[in-house]
Design a protein around this ligand. Structure first.
Ligand SMILES: [Zn+2]
Length: 60
């Protein structure tokens, strides 16, 4: 198995890991009910998209 010839410095390791942060989860606010939803998708809680109901949402 190939092995690294020399150990990386702490600086080199931390410089590489500077780009490893987790991205923020995508989300936007529904204009009808204010719940958080995915952008360019109908709202999962009220079924609205672009100001009108596009899908039926089952209520329990
Ligand atoms: Zn909504």
């Amino acid at each position: 198995m190939p092995n690294p010839k020399r150990r990386h410095s702490k600086r080199r390791t931390s410089t590489r890991r500077a780009h490893d942060a987790i991205a923020k989860p995508v989300g936007s606010e529904c204009s009808n009910c204010g719940a958080s939803k995915l952008p360019h998708r109908a709202c999962p809680s009220c079924g609205f998209y672009k100001g009108r109901a596009v899908v039926e949402v089952e209520k329990y």
